[in-house]
Design a protein around this ligand. Structure first.
Ligand SMILES: [Zn+2]
Ligand SMILES: [Zn+2]
Length: 263
């Protein structure tokens, strides 16, 4: 049975394993090699289960472990053309690492096919990923986006499971210590998704048939898991649906707890 396992998720580091014990992929590598090994061992997933590393974009919190983890795993690295070019130019890929450009085509990973979609974010390019399993189930990882574009919406709706960004609480960002330019950057349409934006999207997702939600990429400065959870529940309750009856909801913790969500 395929599952989603968040190895880490916050503005400081992101990495998610999607698959089963034998076959899967890693979305982003924003953690140290040591931490990666610890977290995989913790769940008893052999490293050889990872058949590919999918990189959303070049920001440090998504690729800081790519060189070392990529060298250990020795599997293809998938991303957009622009991101690959940037990573080659800036020596961000593991030595001898094979990078494969994801067009609109499906990357065949055995038990699943992976497609990408563009997310509006202030990097050279940014992607979200949609994993379709052979049994028809669909998992989506969608973080680092300032707003929900039509392309994003079309790509995430109808999935079974989604890890969706719930980056900041409006009040905390407004009152927080970040300089004005950074506050503006985060809340812009090419920044990050707020708790409120995320919560509204969850309602649309629920209507589309999605029932397994994981909130991710929470800012450690401008958010709290309780606030993200509350925003989501406040919106979802308006639909008349009930937690743990009609849908499940969790927060991907900054440092993993070992919990997995079955897809
Ligand atoms: Zn990020
Ligand atoms: Zn980013």
């Amino acid at each position: 049975m395929a599952f989603a396992y968040s190895l880490c998720s916050s503005s400081k580091g992101n990495s998610t394993y999607i698959g089963d014990e034998k076959n899967g992929i890693l979305v982003d590598a924003g953690l140290s090699l040591r931490s990666f090994k610890q977290k995989m061992d913790f769940r008893g997933i052999d490293y050889s289960a990872v058949k590919g590393i999918f990189i959303t974009h070049e920001h440090t919190d998504h690729i800081k472990g790519l060189k070392t983890i990529g060298k250990l795993l020795n599997v293809p690295i998938y991303s957009s053309r622009k991101t690959i070019e940037h990573m080659i130019k800036n020596d961000m890929l593991p030595q001898g690492g094979k990078a494969i450009e994801l067009n609109k085509k499906v990357a065949d990973m055995g038990d699943m096919g992976v497609t990408s979609f563009t997310t509006p974010h202030d990097s050279v390019h940014s992607l979200g990923f949609r994993m379709q399993f052979n049994d028809g189930k669909v998992a989506v990882v969608c973080t680092d986006l300032g707003c929900i574009t039509d392309e994003v919406s079309q790509s995430i709706m109808g999935s079974n499971f989604i890890l969706l960004e719930s980056n900041y609480d409006d009040q905390m960002l407004k009152m927080g210590a970040y300089p004005p330019f950074l506050k503006h950057r985060i809340s812009s349409t090419v920044g990050h998704l707020s708790n409120v934006d995320c919560a509204k999207t969850l309602v649309d997702l629920l209507h589309s048939g999605t029932t397994k939600f994981m909130l991710g990429h929470l800012s450690e400065q401008n958010n709290l898991p309780q606030l993200a959870m509350k925003s989501a529940l406040d919106e979802l309750i308006k639909t008349g649906s009930e937690l743990n009856r009609d849908y499940i909801l969790s927060v991907a913790s900054a440092q993993c707890t070992g919990d997995v969500v079955e897809i």
